[in-house]
Design a protein around this ligand. Structure first.
Ligand SMILES: Cc1cc2nc3c(=O)[nH]c(=O)nc-3n(C[C@H](O)[C@H](O)[C@H](O)COP(=O)(O)OP(=O)(O)OC[C@H]3O[C@@H](n4cnc5c(N)ncnc54)[C@H](O)[C@@H]3O)c2cc1C
Length: 453
């Protein structure tokens, strides 16, 4: 049996920097990774999906040029699109290898499981350390649909290996992964069907966000099937046939399953170390990332943190500070996220409904795109900006921005909220005309009136 100072299980977005930092400080660090170094973000998530969407949205925007009087003929070289995506993914993956090697982390490419509290085994290798950090992330949840198992369906795991554009695509699931990848392939030329169990897209967002997105997808000629389940999946002669609960049958050469994520804890043998999991299998942690086993911490998606790269990375920074003796917690941070459909959704903080349910005397104002000069001039007519404030303290509690490149614009709110700024500060700011940013003081100005634009 080997000993180390630190064991990291999983090379996710928090695991890599924490392993590298400790190794650079001269500690002996062993990192176990059962798949590609860099985890979901680098290999099967953010990096390839955004490189893919760069191509897809270029095609989509070119088509929308029609509205501005620009007519173009779009030819998609799908193999070139995907080669570029894989090239970027590979370069990011190589970057992770170099970083860990350079820092002197001992990487063991194998699946790790606990054999007792802080002893971890992978194949013949057994390592013990006083500090163990779990960063094993999540994987696609595969629903138990009759006929699905054994068919060559796609998930985010193999999607980026596609070599040819499927003429028809079927997508099960209307969360952000299904929408981003579904809209992406539609914009590159696949006739796309989206199968939605509920009555709206993105059901964690407010209903008008779902409505805007549904309208955008219809403009991309995506067929939306709401309120249906998939009763049967068949795959014959390279063709998928889905039988829906409505009785309808739809066919496509490719099927993307994107119904949710599940924590990667099955292989961990968490019982052996006394690490408790919740009912869904996520690792239970306290406000300082500590699991129920002394010396064992968990960060990122597997610990049921908001499942985003910047959160896993921020988990690393906070845990590092906590382990260094600082009295930090994970609860006091402003977290945002974005959905990279077109239009985009930029989100931070609470919605009006969430704030009111917490007993806050909250209020929201909304500015539609149709009242924003830049949006009118550039033909980006779908979406709105919304801000939620606390009537008693005037603090900004949240924002929902649906529109062109709002993943960028939402950072204004992230910084204001981090500074605990009031809406009056935003209202006083003089922003540049004509920009999307200019609409944010205008949004705040609605609070000087009666709240209706
Ligand atoms: C299609 C898609 C698009 C996304 N887009 C975005 C985006 O635009 N922005 C954003 O912020 N987030 C995005 N995400 C989410 C983001 O990828 C994750 O939140 C992020 O990777 C953080 O994950 P993590 O650090 O918890 O672990 P992960 O990155 O999931 O890494 C966990 C690692 O642990 C390894 N592992 C698991 N079990 C074991 C074991 N027993 N032994 C050894 N190794 C193990 C896994 O192989 C994996 O490499 C996207 C996700 C997907 C799927």
């Amino acid at each position: 049996m080997e000993t180390a100072d630190v064991i990291v299980i999983g090379s996710g977005q928090g695991g890599i920097p924490i392993a590298a930092d400790f190794a650079q400080e001269g500690r002996k660090v062993v990192l176990f990774e059962r798949d590609a170094l860099g985890g979901s973000c680098t290999n099967y998530g953010c990096t390839p999906s955004k490189a893919f969407l760069a191509a897809a949205h270029t095609a989509g925007r070119a088509r929308q040029g029609e509205k501005l009087g620009i007519h173009s003929k779009i030819e998609v070289d799908f193999p070139a699109v995907m080669e570029r995506v894989r090239g970027i993914r590979n370069s990011f993956n190589q970057g992770v290898h170099k970083r860990l090697d350079g820092a002197g982390v001992h990487v063991i490419c194998a699946e790790a499981s606990f054999i007792d509290e802080r002893t971890v085994k992978a194949g013949d290798v057994i390592v013990q350390a006083p500090l163990v950090i779990i960063n094993t992330g999540t994987s696609s949840l595969i629903p138990d649909l009759p006929g699905l198992a054994g068919t060559p369906y796609l998930t985010n795991r193999n999607f980026f290996d596609l070599k040819a554009l499927p003429p028809r695509l079927l997508v099960i699931g209307a969360g952000y992964i299904g929408l981003e990848l579904g809209q992406g392939l539609a914009r590159l030329g696949s006739q796309t069907h989206l199968i939605v169990r509920g009555d709206r897209l993105l059901d964690r967002e407010e209903s008008d966000v779902s409505e805007v997105l549904a309208e955008a997808l219809k403009q991309d000629e995506i067929q939306l099937h709401f309120g249906v389940n998939v009763n049967q999946v068949a795959h014959e002669n390279s063709m998928f046939t889905l039988t829906l609960s409505s009785g309808e049958q739809i066919q496509g050469e490719a099927l993307l399953v994107a119904v949710g994520r599940q924590p990667n804890t099955q292989a961990l043998n968490a019982d052996a170390s006394g690490i408790e999991l919740d009912q869904q299998g996520f690792v239970k942690i306290n406000d300082q990332f500590h699991t129920t086993c002394a010396g064992v911490y968990a960060i990122g998606d597997v610990a049921k943190q908001p499942a985003f790269t910047h959160v896993s990375w921020e988990d690393y920074r906070r845990l590092k500070a906590i382990l260094g003796g600082e009295n930090r917690t994970r609860g006091d941070r402003v977290l945002g996220y974005a959905i990279y459909t077109e239009p985009q959704v930029g989100r931070v903080g609470t919605t009006l409904d969430q704030a009111q349910k917490q007993g806050i005397n909250a209020r929201a104002v909304t500015l539609p795109m149709s009242q924003i000069a830049r949006a009118i001039e550039w033909g980006h007519d779908l979406g709105f900006y919304r801000m939620v404030i606390d009537n008693d303290t005037d603090e900004i509690l949240g924002a929902t921005l649906v529109g062109y490149e709002t993943a960028e614009l939402v950072h204004v709110f992230l910084s204001l909220m981090e500074a605990k700024a009031t809406w009056q500060l935003l209202e006083k700011s003089v922003h540049i005309h004509p920009t999307y940013g200019e609409a944010l003081p205008s949004l705040a100005r609605l609070l000087l009136e009666d709240g209706t634009p």
